[in-house]
Design a protein around this ligand. Structure first.
Ligand code: SF4
Ligand code: SF4
Length: 427
């Protein structure tokens, strides 16, 4: 039995359930939240401000959507999601302009807000300050956000998630975003009824990357897979947020042992079909983390039903953090590691891959993905065609480029209709 270093006490998984105490073995203790160098975060946010990958990597996003749309069911899921999600996004965007519907009492309303969030079905809720270093350039002028950040996580159903990658999992993926989006709007209404403003971030329309602020609010730690791992359901949740000027108290980052545990576990790293997850941590924009290699992930997601295998194979997703830590403390082993139940998956058209088995892809599987935004990519194609023509810039080539740029300019460049993953921006 390993020596227990500290215990983390969290509210029960569902509203009204008793608290859960999670033992963290001493050898897994690192720091609350994430190792961070604030001066580096300052410097990167000033010199290289964050931008949504739905803008900076728009070309590959459009390419991925074209590939996904070749799958009839995926195309229908996407169309249905866009239709149903649009009103939620528009309501969220309008929420910052809404005035409170009552006078505030001046009391601290933290517990009232948290209780209402849990009643609405959120599996995790925490509060921290809204750190503007974690906002996207494109949102800075669009969003009127407030100083306090309510970090929310909504559970995605267990059964369909275990079938990842599958059509069923994609259906529950998008429906969870819509359910949590509606619940967040309802929580915003409640905050206004307490006398305060509430700006809701639409699901799939975030003002910035959620994970750093969710970690600050103590609702989880980032795993080697790039997702936020929450105590009850690991990565099997979708994130959303509300900023507010309500009278609230802040939570603190928590050391759930995940930062060290991932280095022992490595199941997602070993099972990723794209070899897109890094075994070792690096310092990136001021934090120490396992950096996801986007160019090896998106080509798999685009062709294999959104992939998500790194979510499916995570023991914390499947068994919860308490069971995982109890097992590790008792045996020194990772619960489920090496079993077909945890690690096995099927890729449509490729077959089944059990522990230790990975698919092999053709050489152009990764290199054929476009990169940059749609304008950069159009210019790259223009140069390639000119090169192929021996350097001659013909009228046809210019007309082709002009038509492509005109088409790009007429398209909506926001990320409002995109099915995003929890950490789609891979900070
Ligand atoms: S989504 Fe798939 S390809 Fe991307 S990191 Fe996860 S397992 Fe790898
Ligand atoms: S599978 Fe293991 S290494 Fe990957 S995120 Fe989950 S706990 Fe961490």
């Amino acid at each position: 039995m390993l020596k227990i270093g500290h215990e983390v006490v969290r509210p029960g998984k569902r509203f009204g359930e008793p608290e859960v105490s999670i033992p963290i073995p001493e050898e897994l203790a690192t720091v609350p939240g994430v190792p961070i160098n604030q001066r580096e975060v300052d410097w990167y946010s000033r010199e290289y401000p964050l931008e949504s990958m739905n803008i900076t990597e728009r070309a590959s996003r459009d390419w991925a959507n074209t590939l996904r749309d070749q799958h009839v069911e995926m195309r229908e899921i996407r169309k249905e999601h866009e239709k149903l999600n649009r009103p939620l996004i528009m309501a969220a965007r309008a929420s910052s302009e809404l005035e409170p519907t009552a006078e505030p009492t001046g009391e601290d309303v933290t517990e009232l807000i948290k209780t209402r969030a849990r009643e609405l079905g959120f599996v995790e809720v925490g509060i921290t300050y809204f750190d503007p270093r974690y906002s996207y350039m494109s949102k800075k002028n669009q969003s009127n956000y407030y100083e306090h950040f309510i970090a929310l996580a909504f559970e995605q159903d267990f059964e369909p998630t275990q079938t990842i990658p599958s059509v069923d999992a994609e259906i529950v993926h998008s429906s969870t975003y819509r359910t949590e989006g509606a619940a967040a709007l309802e929580l915003g209404n409640y905050i206004r009824s307490l006398g305060y403003h509430a700006q809701v971030s639409g699901s799939g329309d975030a003002v910035g990357p959620y994970i750093p602020l969710h970690v600050n609010a103590g609702v989880g730690q980032q795993g080697a897979c790039g997702y936020l791992l929450t105590p009850h359901v690991g990565s099997r949740c979708r994130l959303v947020s509300i900023t507010t000027d309500a009278n609230v108290s802040y939570d603190k980052p928590v050391d759930y042992g995940i930062h060290a545990f991932c280095q022992v576990c490595q199941v997602c790293v070993n099972r990723c079909p794209g070899r897109a997850l890094m075994r070792d941590k690096i310092w990136w924009r001021g934090v120490e983390k396992n950096k996801l290699y986007f160019k090896r992930c998106r080509p798999v997601m685009a062709r294999y039903l959104g992939c998500g295998i790194c979510m499916k194979v995570c023991p914390i997703q499947k068994y919860g953090l308490k069971a995982t830590m109890d097992h590790y403390a008792a045996t020194g082993q990772v619960l489920g590691k090496g079993t077909h139940d945890l690690e096995g998956y099927e890729l449509e058209g490729k077959g089944y891959f059990g522990p230790g088995e990975l698919p092999v892809f053709e050489s152009d599987f990764f290199s054929s993905m476009p990169h940059g935004n749609e304008y950069e990519w159009a210019f790259e194609q223009f140069k390639d065609k000119a090169r192929a023509a021996g350097g001659e810039i013909t009228d046809d080539l210019i007309e082709d480029f002009r038509a492509q740029m005109a088409s790009n300019l007429s398209n909506e460049t926001t990320d409002q209709l995109v099915m995003m993953d929890q950490d789609a921006d891979y900070i």
